[in-house]
Design a protein around this ligand. Structure first.
Ligand code: ASP
Length: 330
């Protein structure tokens, strides 16, 4: 019964180019469990967590909060869930630790905050917000960022909190692949969540403020302090005069193509709609640079919602000003 209702919701994501007066769009990464391997129970868990995330973001704005609150609250729900590659369910590095990245940006003011390579912080997105609002820098990394988190009184968790069997298994699989001399993740690895699974959100609030945020555990088996696109303003996250964008996918490609900013730039300089700009960047430019796999969620100033990906699926959903929630995976 529960599955039937989720089946209906999956099929009612809304027509392309859906529009809200105010609302929120989220993703839980393109590293989806392949359809044939997805159990009904796990599928329900994914869809319910996406719904809970959208509900938290919606309630933040309905209660008078700004788009920043909505982005942070919705991402916090996914960071607390063990099934997404962010916060608690993060991937492990080659050293077997969890090292997380996050960023947030406000469209009107271009204020931004980002953290890279932080350990132990329960909600990296909250830390990114603190960087944006409470310090003179835009991006902090490693032990310095962790010291700042403690100064801000953020919750710090023991390593055991971040242990999930699934991500541990993903690390072992990545290690064996590497031992075979195969260092390039393929599509299947991405789909199986070994590379991807980041979470993100873009909100437009009733006052017209547009904010984007992204949080991730990054790629499994990452080395040498590797940082992907997610905490990099302009690559994994961007909010500007025209739109807000949050990305997920193979970070190295998103960095090289400055994906999030490119969507905004095509709108600003070429006069494209959000849909046209998003599709050009993800379905043409990234697609042409295989394996530039991934996807984005985005929203523009007029409330048009965009979710596009060049992979088998992307955990995703959106909510409008009436609180109507739609979620989908494939
Ligand atoms: N883009 C992220 C990274 O490369 C991974 C993801 O989207 O899941 O760190």
């Amino acid at each position: 019964m529960q599955n039937e209702s989720h089946e209906r919701k999956r099929n009612s994501l809304g027509a392309p180019g859906s529009r809200v007066r105010w609302g929120l769009v989220i993703h839980g990464g393109v590293g989806v469990v392949p359809r044939e391997a997805m159990s009904p129970e796990l599928e329900v868990e994914y869809l319910q967590t996406l719904e809970a995330s959208l509900q938290a973001g919606y309630e933040a704005m309905e209660g008078g909060g700004a788009a920043t609150d909505a982005v942070v609250e919705s991402i916090r729900v996914m960071e607390d869930s063990p099934i997404f590659n962010a916060g608690r369910g993060s991937n492990f590095t080659a050293d077997g630790v969890v090292s997380m990245d996050a960023s947030i940006m406000v469209g009107d003011t271009l204020e931004a905050g980002a953290v890279a390579g932080v350990e132990g912080v329960r909600h990296p997105i909250l830390l990114a917000r603190m960087v944006m609002e409470r310090c003179q820098h835009v991006m902090l990394s490693g032990t310095g960022a962790e010291a700042f988190a403690r100064e801000m009184g953020l919750e710090i968790m023991e390593p055991g909190y971040f242990f999930t069997q699934r991500r541990w298994d993903a690390l072992q699989a990545a290690r064996s692949r590497e031992a075979r001399g195969d260092t390039v993740p393929n599509t299947l690895d991405l789909e199986a969540g070994q590379v991807s699974g980041t979470v993100g959100a873009v909100a437009l609030d009733p006052e017209g403020r547009l904010v984007a945020g992204t949080s991730t555990g990054g790629a499994a088996n990452k080395k040498w302090g590797r940082v992907g696109d997610s905490p990099v303003v302009g690559a994994g996250t961007y909010a500007g005069s025209h739109c807000g964008v949050s990305c997920t996918g193979w970070g190295e490609y998103f960095l090289r193509h400055a994906v999030a900013h490119d969507v905004q730039a095509r709108m600003a300089y070429l006069g494209l709609s959000l849909r046209e700009a998003a599709h050009q960047v993800v379905m043409e430019k990234l697609e042409a640079d295989r394996p530039g796999l991934g996807g984005i969620v985005a929203m523009d100033r007029d409330g048009f919602v965009e979710m596009c990906f060049n992979t088998q699926g992307m955990y995703r959903g959106w909510v409008d000003q009436e609180g109507r929630i739609r979620v989908a995976i494939y």
